[in-house]
Design a protein. Structure first.
Length: 341
């Protein structure tokens, strides 16, 4: 994993979720002085408190919608990873106002509170669904990104660096398809797939931590980072999981859900024009132009360069055997696989 600043204090919003809890454990093992965990779920907090058994983990019941609870958790913090969100596509489609309150207004609270408390760096978690969004979750995440970038643009002298990391599908995260497929296999039920040829990026939870650490270490205000990742079709993933667990693939097509796309995009064409290739990562710098566009009216602007978007259709495509190797190596898969032996 990429190094994390040691001896520093951190706040993780949504710290009991898949991203957050993985990040908490990484920070504690990397020598953080304290890790504040802000979330709404007291049951998950109690479970995490007992499983960690580490006094450096400090738990705060609250909601990013409530600025006061954010301020309470922000006190004395050096770095913030903002992972709290409503991120289930169907639920956000039915309750878009709730997605706005958490994903947009809540993110603004986190950023403004970090600025007020002199935090060094805030890394905001976004999603490939924010690119060319067609669903409420993606739209609110796109607005979250704009909120972070607007802060960087409008507060050039702030000591708080605000940046964004954008992810594809994170394997075995809560609510993702791999745990669902594993559960269906264990129950002897068919694997329900939406559309066989639908493609998605594949990234592990550990790689998601690496991306956040990279942003903490390298971000300039308003930067956007993505990690390059392979992709596969939903059908390939289902077959790979069935074969890994020693069963004959039994697939049942159920059709696309509300707000789903056939493929996801991590960087748009417009972003790829500005992106710099940093090895395992792409960095897209902030568009820091002022509100006054008169110079472009008077002088004109160079013709925009063309580029190809970076999406799950043109990324490295894994076959069944490659997908089995990738998924089978996940720490979260070891217990289900051992149970089948």
């Amino acid at each position: 994993m990429t190094d994390t600043p040691s001896g520093a204090s951190f706040l993780i919003t949504g710290g009991t979720g898949s991203f957050g809890s993985t990040m908490v454990r990484h920070l504690l093992s990397s020598g953080a002085s304290t890790v504040n965990i802000l979330s709404r779920d007291e049951a998950k907090q109690d479970e995490m408190r007992q499983s960690l058994g580490d006094g450096r983990a400090r738990f705060f019941i609250g909601d990013v919608r409530d600025r006061h609870s954010v301020d309470a958790a922000m006190h004395g913090v050096d770095y913030v990873f903002h992972a709290a969100a409503l991120k289930q596509v169907p639920s956000c489609e039915f309750f878009p106002d709730q997605a706005v309150k958490t994903n947009v207004v809540g993110s603004q609270h986190v950023i403004e509170s970090a600025h007020a408390h002199g935090v060094r760096s805030v890394v905001c978690l976004s999603t490939d669904k924010a690119v060319y969004p067609v669903n409420a979750m993606g739209m609110t995440k796109a607005l979250m990104e704009k909120t972070a970038q607007a802060f960087a643009r409008n507060h050039p002298d702030s000591q708080t660096t605000v940046s964004v990391t954008r992810y594809g599908n994170v394997m075995y995260s809560r609510g993702s398809v791999i745990p669902l497929f594993v559960r269906l296999i264990q129950q002897g039920k068919p694997l329900t797939i939406t559309e066989p040829n639908m493609t998605r990026f594949l990234m592990s939870l550990d790689e998601s931590v690496d991306l956040v650490n990279y942003a903490f270490s390298h971000a300039q205000p308003g930067d956007l980072f993505i990690k390059k990742a392979p992709a596969c079709t939903v059908e390939t993933l289902a077959i790979a999981l069935a074969e890994l667990m020693g069963v004959e693939p039994d697939l049942r097509k159920i059709g696309m859900r509300h707000g789903e796309k056939m493929w996801e995009t991590l960087l748009s064409q417009e972003e790829m024009v500005k992106a710099t290739d940093q090895g395992d990562y792409f960095r897209v710098p902030l568009d820091a132009r002022a509100l006054d566009y008169s110079k472009y009216v008077e002088d004109g602007e160079d013709e925009a360069a063309t580029a190809t978007e970076y999406d799950s259709n043109n990324a490295e495509r894994l076959d069944v055997e490659q997908t089995k190797a990738l998924v089978g190596a996940l720490p979260e898969m070891q217990a289900p696989l051992e149970a089948r032996r």
